[in-house]
Design a protein around this ligand. Structure first.
Ligand SMILES: Cc1ncc(COP(=O)(O)O)c(C=O)c1O
Length: 327
């Protein structure tokens, strides 16, 4: 849901039999409203530092609910009596393409650390709750399959302590190639890793959450050139939308390939920064890009924009982000 919640995209995945991982009440309600009659056990709700009222609401919905801290069991145990729960574990090692997308280790706010599992067991018992699922997500943009092997080893080992666990959720983060010629995660290797975990633990159901992997390459951002400028050596190509439509470059220095669609056959001779109209120096879609000389009105294509683009967009500066169309 985080990567892309467009109703038509959700419909496609629904028809393929996938489930939906949500991180807010709004996302859960969006799935329920979009996919009428969906089996609620296909919705996993993983909030982080959400208020009590959200858990009180969620446990009544018949969806899977993940606890991400001990606090809910310590302070609101009555909410979870008689409930089946998932718990997000912090395996201790964050992975991923940037500090801001590493979601494990003490500097990440997510998950119950391994040194708290004894306390987790005690609190769950005291609350009368059953832990039926264990989950971990170490980060996004991970290209080496040993990540999911390590997560699998950690979570399956914990099933010795949490004997009611039936599902182990290895999270997402499968790296998507961002540059031409870059190698993505090797799916055959990934599949073999999952198969080996499953073979060693046949009674467990394995889940994964490959949000970005499923949609990133399916979308592009199209933006018209508005103005050009040269400041000595540094050349700027301005386009009609920027970080309000695609914040990943500003937020994590993410790389998105850029093409001038209007001049696909022209020779690339200029090195330019592609910038948006937002009042921030960080409003850069691409730095030092080799492009053919652009003109006002040309259409630039910014690639791999199907994930965390529209879903992260904003009306900052009261500029509407680019609308999203499914073809
Ligand atoms: C719990 C959880 N699962 C899955 C994902 C999806 O990650 P990605 O879209 O990189 O696969 C995230 C993203 O941060 C997450 O927090």
């Amino acid at each position: 849901m985080k990567a892309n919640w467009h109703p038509q995209i959700l419909q496609v995945f629904h028809e393929q039999g996938l489930g939906f991982e949500c991180v807010s009440r709004g996302e859960v309600e969006h799935v329920l409203a979009t996919l009428k009659g969906i089996d609620r056990k296909r919705i996993l709700y993983t909030p982080n530092f959400a208020p009590r009222a959200e858990y009180a609401w969620a446990v009544e919905q018949g969806i899977w609910v993940t606890l991400d801290n001990l606090h809910p069991l310590q302070k609101w145990p009555e909410l979870f009596t008689g409930r089946d729960l998932f718990v997000r574990i912090d395996t201790g090692h964050g992975r991923g393409h940037h500090d801001k997308v590493r979601t494990a280790g003490v500097h990440s706010k997510f998950g119950v650390p391994l040194f708290e599992v004894e306390e987790l067991e005690r609190l769950a018992k005291a609350a009368g709750a059953k832990i039926v699922g264990l989950h971990a997500h170490t980060g996004s943009g991970v290209f080496t399959v040993d990540n999911w092997q390590t997560v699998g080893d950690t979570l399956t080992a914990l099933t010795q302590r949490f004997r009611d666990v039936r599902t182990v959720d290895l999270g997402g983060g499968l790296g998507v190639p961002e540059r031409l010629g870059q190698q993505g995660v090797l799916l055959t290797e990934f599949g073999a890793t999952l198969a080996a975990i499953k073979a060693a633990h046949p009674k467990l159901t394995l889940w994964i959450e490959p949000g970005r992997y499923l949609v990133a390459e399916a979308g592009v951002l199209l933006a018209q050139v508005t103005q050009l400028k040269g400041k000595g050596e540094v050349h700027y190509v301005g386009v009609a939308t920027g970080m309000n439509s695609l914040i990943r470059p500003a937020l994590y220095g993410a790389h998105h390939e850029i093409l001038n669609l209007t001049r696909l056959d022209d020779v690339a001779t200029e090195v330019v920064n592609v910038v948006g109209p937002i009042c921030e120096s960080g409003d850069l879609l691409g730095v030092d890009r080799l492009l053919p000389p652009s003109e006002e009105g040309d259409v630039l294509l910014i690639a791999t924009a199907g994930a965390y683009s529209r879903s992260m967009s904003s009306r900052y500066n009261l500029r509407d982000p680019a609308p999203e169309f499914v073809i």
